[in-house]
Structures are given as structure tokens and as C-alpha cells.
Design a protein around this ligand. Structure first.
Ligand code: SDX
Length: 435
């Protein structure tokens, strides 16, 4: 069958080549430019990868114009309504929803791996008390490569599966420990009688003199439901900056714990996962509704680097479907955990103002998932410097799923982009006295 092609012609040299079009199950087709340089001696240039597909993946599909997000084909709205975070983790890692017994075994295995080596407690002591929890997440996740390296056979699918399970299991424990180190509280161990989100909340907030979970093992279901939902919404998002970082690092065959640490580093930036914390800082800086126009003007000023945190997205040029779900959850959580903090009303006023602004409409800048999530975390008493850590807990599921997918491909190659060189052409060395 003749494949569809795209012809690329270098009008300066007259050379041209027909390149094959690659189609996915759904979505935008891609021209395979792998042979372009060999055929006509020309690179492509795509700063920020606006139009470049870096890989083939069956995990997550996004349609930015229609506001569609599918995990292994299942709409995010249905998973948010019906699933649990661990069930979604199983789906992302294995490609299918688990049967009841499969989910039970999966959750049990996660619990078995939720402890961290006691030597890591000492590692935390190396961080100054006011170190940002994200710096501890980068360091401690990366340090797991020191505990799981020599016996790790990356060519063994079972070794890869266990590594992925360990990271999903340990990331809440590391996250809670990062918080407790920063506030000087003793670490709390994970419990086998609690589920994933309950365990995290208990490790975060229980104190020797005051258990977070009462004597009847009661934990507020609204809080646990909200946490499950936020973790589901943040679990994966195709080739975002942090997932692409994990894939590129992993393409060299590096230790997976070190590669996920690289992903945590990339997520930390305010343009990416750091936006949820930056939204709260921005709202605090705006302070009152009457100052909103001043900040909207700053966001529109090309000479001002200020961006409206929580707005805009590389792919969604419509509402981020996760933002719609998170916005609804805001109301439910704040009804259960009322707050006299004016931030929520200020957030809604800013949202209303921006959505009516011509610039934001023309640039298709809508609230993204990070605009609302911080308000929920704040209502759940999660400290602001832990907001991006919450994103890490969820996105570890996506990172390890992409790692497993990539490492199972027989045609896996090292990622090595080229460049447009803008430096000097060749020139001769000058002795220091002649310069
Ligand atoms: C996440 O990739 C993912 O999938 C990420 C994520 C995931 O789940 O992994 O969805 C999570 O990172 C969500 C995004 C969180 N970040 C923020 O909320 C930070 C604020 N947003 C912006 O920094 C920005 O919108 C980005 C980084 C999200 C997207 O940047 P792009 O795609 O490179 O868009 P751009 O910078 O080219 O902006 C296009 C235009 C520009 O104006 P012009 O140069 O065309 O005149 O829109 C403007 C920008 O100046 N613009 C904004 C803006 N975002 C874009 N202007 C004001 N405020 C903003 N927030």
C-alpha cells in the first residue's frame, strides 16, 4: 500500500524528499523526518517542540481544541467520577483497568513497598530545616538509585516493574517526610491498614500526641476523595516537560530513580508543576479584587515578564478538562472545610475578569488545572510549599508508566537532538599577549 507522504523541498539547493506520514489511533498525523538530513542535508527547527512528536505512546491522549483527555482511552471525566488513584495507576502502567482481585493485589504490593530505608532518615538531616520540600524530593528520589542499582537488571521486565512499583509506593512516604523535616516533626511510618491517600494524610499530619486518624480509624472521606481526585487528574499528561525529561534521561539507560529525579526537577519550574504554588503566591500579591486590573495589565505587557499563573497551556486552547473538574471540587471541599481566607473569592473574581478580557480570549488563555488545585490543597491544610510535591506524587505514576513503555520498545534509541549553530565559524587561537 502506498503510504501517504509529505514532500519537503529545500528551494535553495533544489533537493526534495517525500517523507512518510505516520498516523496514530486518533489525533494529528506526523511526518517522519528521521531521514531528512541524510536525504537533503537539512534539519528541522522547532523551539519548545510546538509541532514535534518525540515518540509514539499508547498511554495518554489529549485533544487541546476539544478539551479531551484520555488515559488508555478512558475519558478523564469518567475516571475522576468512578475510579481511585491506585486503580488509575494500574491502568496507566498496565494498559487495562484491573479486575477486583488484580486491584487488591496491586494495592497490597504498593503497601509492601511504601517504607523507605532507615538510612534515608539520616539523609534528610543533611537538608537545612528551611530547604524547599521539592529540593528534598529531587535529592531523596535520586538517592534511591544508591539503594537500587547494582542488582537492577534493566533488561528484565520484572526488575523494571518492581522499580516502577517502588517509586509509586515510596513517593508519598518521601513527600510526607520532606514536610515533616521542614517543620521539625518526627517521621510517621506508612500503615498497612490504610489506603494510599489515607496513609499519605496520616504520614503528613499525625503527631505523637494527636493522631490524624481517630481511635475509630476515622478519616474525613471528603478529604480522601478530594486527594484521590487530584492525584487522578495530575497522574499523566502525555509528553509534558517533566515526562519528556524522564524519557530523555531514560533513553541513555540511566538508573530509573535518577531519571525520575530529573523529572521532579523539571516539574518544579513555575511554568510547569510549580504553577500551583505560584498561583497562591500571585493571589496573595494581588491581595484584593480592586488590584486585579493592575495584574491583568502586567500579564498583557510584553515588557513585563509577569504571567498570570494558572492560565494558559501549550496544548489546551480550550478549557483544561481537569480544571473544570477541579473547579467543581473546590466548592465541595470548601463547603466541608469552610475557610475565612479571602483567596477563594479573589480567585473566582480573577477567573471572571480574565475570562472576559479580550487579550486572554484572543490568546485562548483559560484556567489550567493548577489554577484551582492550590485552593483545595490549602483547604486540606497542605502547606503551600508542598503543592508541587503533591503534583510529584501523582505524576510519578505517569513518569514510571512512560518509562516502562519506552524501555519495553525493541527500537528504543538514545535521544540526541541537533541544533542551529549561531557561534563563530572556525578561527585560529591567539596567544594571550596578542588578544
Ligand atoms: C502544567 O505540558 C503540560 O501538559 C503541562 C501540564 C501537565 O499536566 O503536565 O498541563 C501542567 O504545567 C500546566 C501549566 C502551568 N503553568 C502555568 O500556569 C504558568 C502560566 N502559564 C504560562 O507560563 C504558559 O501559558 C505556559 C507555559 C503554560 C504555556 O506556554 P506556551 O505554550 O509556550 O505559550 P506561550 O508562552 O507561547 O504563550 C502564547 C502567548 C504569548 O504571547 P505572544 O508571545 O504570542 O504575544 O500567550 C501569552 C504569551 O505571552 N501567554 C500568557 C500566559 N500564557 C501564555 N500571557 C499572560 N499570562 C499567561 N499565563
Amino acid at each position: 500500500m502506498v503510504k501517504d507522504t509529505v514532500t519537503i523541498r529545500n528551494n535553495k539547493t533544489g533537493k526534495e524528499v517525500d517523507l512518510p506520514l505516520e498516523y496514530g489511533t486518533v489525533g494529528t498525523p506526523a511526518v517522519d523526518i528521521g531521514s531528512l538530513n541524510k536525504e537533503i542535508g537539512t534539519f528541522t527547527f522547532d523551539q519548545g517542540f510546538m509541532s514535534t512528536a518525540s515518540c509514539k505512546s499508547a498511554i495518554t491522549y489529549i485533544d487541546g481544541d476539544k478539551g479531551v483527555l484520555l488515559y488508555r482511552g478512558y475519558p478523564i471525566e469518567q475516571l475522576a467520577k468512578n475510579s481511585s488513584f491506585l486503580e488509575v495507576v494500574y491502568l496507566l502502567m498496565n494498559g487495562e483497568l484491573p479486575r477486583e482481585n488484580e486491584l487488591f493485589s496491586f494495592a497490597s504490593e504498593i503497601k509492601q513497598h511504601s517504607m523507605i530505608h532507615e538510612a534515608l532518615r539520616v539523609f534528610f538531616n543533611g537538608f537545612h530545616y528551611d530547604a524547599h520540600p521539592m529540593s528534598m524530593m529531587v535529592g531523596v528520589m535520586g538517592s534511591l538509585s544508591a539503594f537500587y542499582h547494582s542488582e537492577l537488571d534493566m533488561n528484565d521486565p520484572e526488575h523494571r516493574r518492581i522499580s516502577a512499583m517502588r517509586m509509586v509506593a515510596k513517593v508519598p512516604t518521601i513527600a510526607a517526610a520532606s514536610h515533616r523535616h521542614s517543620v521539625g516533626w518526627p517521621f510517621i511510618y506508612p500503615r498497612l491498614d490504610l489506603d494510599y491517600c489515607e496513609n499519605f494524610m496520616n504520614m503528613m499530619f499525625s503527631l505523637p500526641g494527636q493522631q490524624y486518624i481517630d481511635e475509630n480509624n476515622y478519616i474525613d472521606p471528603v478529604a480522601v476523595k478530594a486527594l484521590n481526585l487530584l492525584f487522578i487528574l495530575h497522574a499523566d499528561h502525555e509528553q509534558n516537560a517533566s515526562t519528556s525529561t524522564v524519557r530523555l534521561a531514560s533513553s541513555t539507560g540511566a538508573n530509573p530513580y535518577a531519571c525520575v529525579a530529573a523529572g521532579i526537577s523539571a516539574l518544579w519550574g513555575p511554568a510547569h508543576g510549580g504553577a500551583n504554588e505560584a498561583v497562591l503566591s500571585m493571589l496573595a500579591e494581588i491581595g484584593t479584587v480592586d488590584r486585579i486590573p493592575e495584574f491583568i495589565a502586567k500579564a498583557k505587557d510584553k515588557n513585563d515578564p509577569f504571567r498570570l499563573m494558572g492560565f494558559g497551556h501549550r496544548v489546551y486552547k480550550n478549557f483544561d478538562p481537569r480544571a473544570t473538574i477541579t473547579r467543581e471540587t473546590c466548592y465541595e471541599v470548601l463547603e466541608k472545610f469552610p475557610s475565612d481566607d479571602p483567596l477563594f473569592d479573589l480567585m473566582l473574581a480573577l477567573e471572571e475578569f480574565a475570562l472576559k478580557d479580550e487579550y486572554f480570549i484572543e490568546k485562548k488563555l483559560y484556567p489550567n488545572v493548577d489554577f484551582y488545585s492550590g485552593i483545595i490543597y490549602k483547604a486540606l491544610k497542605i502547606p503551600e510549599d508542598m503543592f508541587t510535591v503533591m503534583f510529584v506524587i501523582a505524576r510519578t505514576a505517569g513518569w514510571v508508566s512512560h518509562w516502562l513503555e519506552m524501555m519495553s520498545e525493541p527500537s528504543q534509541r538514545i535521544g540526541r537532538p541537533r541544533q542551529i549553530y549561531t557561534g563563530y565559524d572556525v578561527r585560529d587561537y591567539k596567544p594571550v599577549l596578542d588578544r
